[in-house]
Design a protein around this ligand. Sequence first.
Ligand SMILES: Nc1ncnc2c1ncn2[C@@H]1O[C@H](COP(=O)(O)OP(=O)(O)O)[C@@H](O)[C@H]1O
Ligand SMILES: [Mg+2]
Length: 292
Amino acid sequence: MPVTALVSAKSCGVTTSALALTLASKRPSLLAECDPAGGTLRAGFLQGEVDAGVGLYHLAAAERTSPDALANAFASHLWALDEAGHRKLLPGLTDPGQAGALGRTWPTLAEVVNVLAEDAGYDVFIDAGRLVLESGRLHTTLTPAPLLHQADMVLLVVRGTEQSLTLARHLIDPLRTELTERGTGMDALGLLLIEEGPYRAHQVTEALKTPVLAALPFEPSTASFFTNGGHPPRGYGRSALLRHARTATEHLEAAASRRKIQQDYPLRPAPSGSAQIAGVLQRLMAKGGKRG
Ligand SMILES: Nc1ncnc2c1ncn2[C@@H]1O[C@H](COP(=O)(O)OP(=O)(O)O)[C@@H](O)[C@H]1O
Ligand SMILES: [Mg+2]
């Protein structure tokens, strides 16, 4: 299953969309909250339920021991989002000041999530936050660049408003260059449209010269539950946001497999070649993930 990274030009729904996709996927799924500016799900959707002993920062600490230590620690830093443990969350940073310590963590983490996607059939969604550029390239500390390089799909989240499209336009070329030179190719880039504002998907595709690969409705009641937690709104399970998110995961899977068939870039080395990293799968299957 694909690894999909979500980014934005300016806060516009990356975390909400990534959570909706993770909860709606038909397959086991993982949301890795990798926004260097800090995670918002702990204090929001999870209402402080997850203690600070779990999450991304601890993987960085483990990685300083060795890359294998990160792989070994991975399963114990996931939080189960459902009773069965099929939907998992890697909670993000509690302090944006920690981002500087993660430069070495991203490549190993990218490898681990690719193993989950390829060998264990997980739908992996990476919340990569707002993109920060430096001299036209992805900022190496304020953006988890290696995760974007290795993702099967990179989705720039936009709304159908003039403001959102104006800001997003400036990111298209740098992202294409980055994915061409360091990633899996520029066709990894697509748009996720949040349907607010006058612009429809075909107009957004035209305006940004990039395909809208998935669209989610503008639905404040469900989005607010994802952002703030609390009681789910009535009929939440059948909400338009979740229904469209499920369709979106199917579109993303189709787009990723089209790419796999067409791709002419050299395949990345099979991550499962590393016995230690393959051990991630065993540990993950052995436990449903922490909860409560
Ligand atoms: N599909 C949507 N419909 C309505 N409101 C949304 C939607 N997606 C996000 N929002 C709202 O937009 C705000 C920012 O969302 P968030 O996911 O935190 O953005 P980001 O991660 O890009 O900063 C939140 O108030 C959230 O509830
Ligand atoms: Mg966010």
